[in-house]
Write a protein that binds this ligand. Structure first.
Ligand code: COA
Length: 217
């Protein structure tokens, strides 16, 4: 028969091993919403393997809107939009999310795939992360981008525990800079030749948000 102290020791070793295997990172996994606006039901939730076909169809259809701002690649657009890419990306995203570096969410509008909203480069020690997003063109000109951004920002500043969010925006990306500016982000400056996107090295504006910049948290 084990002594009480042996039992406690075994339990604490087991929970340390479990923490190592499944470390806890506040704010992940997460489902944000649902919320209703103009009759549309919006929800942000973790990506699933079954999203592959909808993601691929949306990326193929929106090439002209996405390609100028997405990282340059040797692959054709059809290869980049292949369902297999979603699954490959899903595995590495799941690992990064489990390790606390990423909060990858799918935007769901009335149950349909509507885009992605992601906190990347999450630095929990410093309380910072980089926001990235795209919204399928079927939902442009609606409140989907603004509401998804606000859901993610609230989550970042509360559950995840961040204190600063940045968003680099390719110079010329009018839609992205407008959405950020209208939701409290401040332009800090221009990062020269920051990223290779759309087949060219492009300057990026750096936009940032602190909790005190907004009154809707
Ligand atoms: C950035 C993005 C999420 C914004 O979503 P959205 O639904 O277009 O947002 P809105 O409809 O509120 O549009 C914001 C403004 O940009 C304008 N706009 C939208 N698409 C545009 C385009 N392709 N070119 C120029 N202006 C555009 C809209 O007219 C609106 O301005 P207005 O209110 O003065 O009319 C979306 O455009 C997108 O996914 N773009 C491609 C990917 C991307 O650039 N991601 C961001 C990288 S940081």
């Amino acid at each position: 028969m084990h002594s009480w102290s042996t039992t406690v020791r075994v339990r604490s070793l087991a929970s340390a091993a479990a923490r190592r295997l499944r470390p806890e990172h506040p704010g992940w996994p997460a489902v944000l919403g649902p919320e209703l606006d103009q009759g549309r039901r919006l929800r942000l939730r973790p990506p699933r393997a079954e999203d592959a076909a909808d993601w691929a169809a949306a990326v193929l259809a929106d090439r002209d809107l996405l390609e100028p701002w997405w990282p340059s690649s040797e692959q054709s657009w059809a290869e980049r939009a292949d369902e297999a890419r979603w699954r490959e990306r899903g595995w590495s995203a799941a690992r990064a999310a489990r390790n606390g570096y990423l909060v990858p969410l799918v935007i769901e509008v009335d149950g349909s795939f509507g885009g992605e909203m992601v906190l990347d480069r999450v630095d929990r020690a410093n309380g910072t992360a980089e926001l990235g997003a795209w919204v399928a063109s079927a939902f442009h000109g609606t409140s989907v981008a603004r509401r998804s951004l606000r859901l993610m920002v609230r989550h970042a500043f509360t559950e995840v525990g961040l204190r600063r969010i940045v968003a680099p925006v390719g110079v010329g990306n009018r839609a992205a800079r407008l959405v950020l500016a209208r939701n409290g982000f401040h332009k800090e400056g221009v990062l020269r030749e920051h990223m290779h996107v759309g087949g060219r090295l492009l300057d990026h504006e750096l936009w940032s948000l602190l909790p005190g910049d907004v009154d809707w948290l």
